[in-house]
Design a protein around this ligand. Structure first.
Ligand code: NDP
Length: 447
């Protein structure tokens, strides 16, 4: 990055937010890649667009007290970062995980702004969460926590203001409890959360949307950049949660063999392909771990270190667990084992070094904000259906998802080619997403 305006902004963010490494990492990546666009548009500097773009519109932190099954009061810290509402109401998930802190919330809200712009739908960027760990908690504890969380959050959100959704640790159960509490406090049924159950306004296809969308994007990318597809490819997937499981299922449907799958407990490997029905049952229905899978599928190998997944030989790697799970050494291992594509299902799963290494080695790289946009896209469909009091069929939703994920790939690809080279999809995604947000901010004056 050599543009003085951008360098000054980054230095300023670094000074102000020095204790926020994930946020700084995301800001650096974005500023670095939008540089050619900023160079062409001096009005951005004159109007202070980038200074405003890296500063969240609002950050809310709050106390979440709840009572555990032993009658003891527990206290967690809740967050909602309302990052940018230039193109629509704030929209982004709620993460429930012990690692949640302001840096992670801000990085996710910042990335979400660009991701939502890429969907083509009118949604701004936001993110929320809490350092609460739902693992090992009873249903009643999770319900009491969710009710307390919403008792503060409800005054800051609304169907036309801010529409949260699921993320790590927040699935249908948690969304249900939060929605119930919102409705009770406001005396209003409104599409204020997405990822709801089908019996109360959820969109069919939302659960699988991020994983399915990731594979539609990856297939199109392989098609256009390498004249091939997922058919016949060996795929590895990290994370067997909402994103990972459905990415694996769709990759298989598209003709790939998913040879390895991981979770916190380790990874399972099977040359002929993981039994995804069994894996899904263990992870979704039983809330178990892949170590349990290994004890039921005698043909598989189990390794208790999930990090070693990246040493497994594959054609396509789908990191779908968490941020910074692929570092430079992992990227080197993937490349030396012949990977042709890495598609990010999780948010920022590759470190900056790893991403740069993959790009330099001309690996087809699908950056998260484009490749995992399918989830928020179907959330956008859910918002439309709630407003219209309508519901669409799975086929309608899936068809729209597929079409729009392919459109996003083409937009990113054309932009990458225009400004640099076709492998620089990071630049393509960042500039494509940023242009629309910047245009809306310019049109709306200083706010
Ligand atoms: P879940 O909580 O449903 O699943 C996360 C999975 O990753 C779990 O299986 C977990 O293991 C595993 N995991 C966590 N850390 C590690 C690790 N270090 N190594 C291996 N496995 C690990 O979350 P989601 O699937 O919803 O989200 C995953 C990622 O995708 C996040 O980055 C999220 O922000 C992003 N994302 C999610 C969207 C969605 O629609 N849900 C939309 C867009 C992005 P275990 O099961 O043992 O806990």
């Amino acid at each position: 990055m050599t543009n003085k305006y951008l360098l000054n902004i980054y230095e300023n963010v670094k000074q102000k937010d020095k204790n926020e490494p994930e946020f700084l990492q995301a800001v650096y990546e974005v500023l670095n890649s939008i540089e050619p666009y900023v160079n062409e548009h001096p009005e951005l500097e004159k109007n202070g667009i980038i200074e405003r773009f890296v500063e969240p519109e609002r950050v809310i932190t709050f106390r979440v007290p709840w009572v555990d099954d032993n009658g003891k009061v527990q206290v967690n810290r809740g967050f909602r970062v309302q990052f940018n509402s230039a193109i629509g109401p704030y929209k982004g998930g709620i993460r429930l995980h012990p690692s949640v802190n302001l840096s992670i919330m801000k990085f996710l809200g910042f990335e979400q702004t660009l991701k939502n712009s890429l969907t083509g739908l009118p949604m701004g960027g936001g993110k929320g969460g809490c350092d609460f760990d739902p693992r090992g908690k009873s249903d009643l504890e999770v319900m009491r926590f969710c009710q307390s969380f919403m008792t503060e959050l409800f005054r800051h959100i609304g169907a036309d203001t801010d529409v949260p959704a699921g993320d790590i640790g927040t699935g249908a159960r948690e969304v249900g409890y939060m929605f119930g509490q919102y409705k009770r406090l406001k005396n209003e049924w409104t599409g204020v959360l997405t990822g709801k159950g089908l019996s109360y306004g959820g969109s069919i296809g939302r659960t699988s949307a991020t994983g399915f969308g990731l594979c539609y994007f990856t297939n199109k990318m392989l098609n256009i950049m390498k004249n091939t597809s997922l058919e016949g490819k060996k795929v590895i997937v990290s994370g067997s949660g909402n994103v990972g499981i459905y990415a694996a299922i769709k990759a298989k449907e598209l003709g790939a063999t998913v040879v390895a799958l991981s979770d916190i407990s380790g990874y399972v490997y099977k040359e002929s392909g993981i039994d995804l029905d069994l894996a899904r049952e263990i992870k979704e229905a039983k809330r178990g771990v892949l170590a349990d899978y290994a004890s039921l599928d005698k043909e598989c190998e189990f390794n208790p270190n999930p990090k070693l997944l990246w040493q497994v030989k594959c054609d396509v790697a789908l990191p779908c667990a968490t941020q910074n799970e692929i570092d430079l050494d992992d990227a080197k291992a993937l490349v030396s084992n012949g990977v042709i594509a890495v598609a990010e299902g999780a948010n920022m799963p590759c470190t900056l070094d790893a991403t740069n290494y993959l790009l330099e080695n001309k690996i087809c790289f699908a950056p998260a904000k484009a490749a995992n946009a399918g989830g928020v896209m179907v959330s956008g469909f859910e918002m439309s259906q709630n407003s219209m009091r309508l519901s669409w069929t799975f086929e309608e939703v899936d068809q729209k998802l597929k079409q729009q994920m392919e459109n996003i790939f083409m937009e990113v690809h054309e932009c990458a080619k225009h400004y640099d080279n076709m492998y620089n999809t990071v630049l393509g995604a960042n500039i494509s997403g940023f242009k629309k947000v910047a245009a809306a901010m310019l049109a709306q004056g200083v706010c």
